[in-house]
Design a protein around this ligand. Structure first.
Ligand SMILES: [Zn+2]
Length: 118
């Protein structure tokens, strides 16, 4: 994958992560966490030792999404980003544009949604 594209997707993932963590601070109605700088701090903490504590405040779907975003960022770090975690094929760039945290290529995703475990 092109480095420039990867950077863009990484930015999107970080933005999404920050949005989700923003939702947490809104839920807590904690004014201290409301500003941008504090959110960055929250994001750092969430990635480190407070992950579970923060995840506790999220709805199930947000928690799943945050986990997917986190995993995608891990894959960027270890260089496997852009490959389907199930079959290992390169994913369609358009799919990654639309869903940067996607783990599976479309055929594998469809199988998973149909409850076929591969
Ligand atoms: Zn696949």
């Amino acid at each position: 994958m092109e480095k420039k594209r990867l950077e863009q997707l990484k930015k999107k993932l970080l933005q999404k992560q920050s949005d989700l963590l923003h939702a947490v601070s809104r839920n807590e109605q904690d004014g201290r966490l409301a500003d941008e700088e504090a959110t960055q701090d929250v994001a750092d903490k969430a990635i480190n030792s407070y992950t579970k504590e923060f995840l506790f405040h999220l709805s199930n779907s947000d928690r799943n999404l945050l986990q997917l975003v986190h995993e995608a960022l891990e894959r960027i770090r270890d260089g496997s980003y852009g490959q389907c975690v199930t079959c290992g094929n390169e994913m369609n760039p358009k799919r990654l544009e639309a869903v940067p945290w996607a783990r599976n290529c479309i055929p594998c995703q469809e199988k998973e949604e149909q409850g076929v475990h591969v």
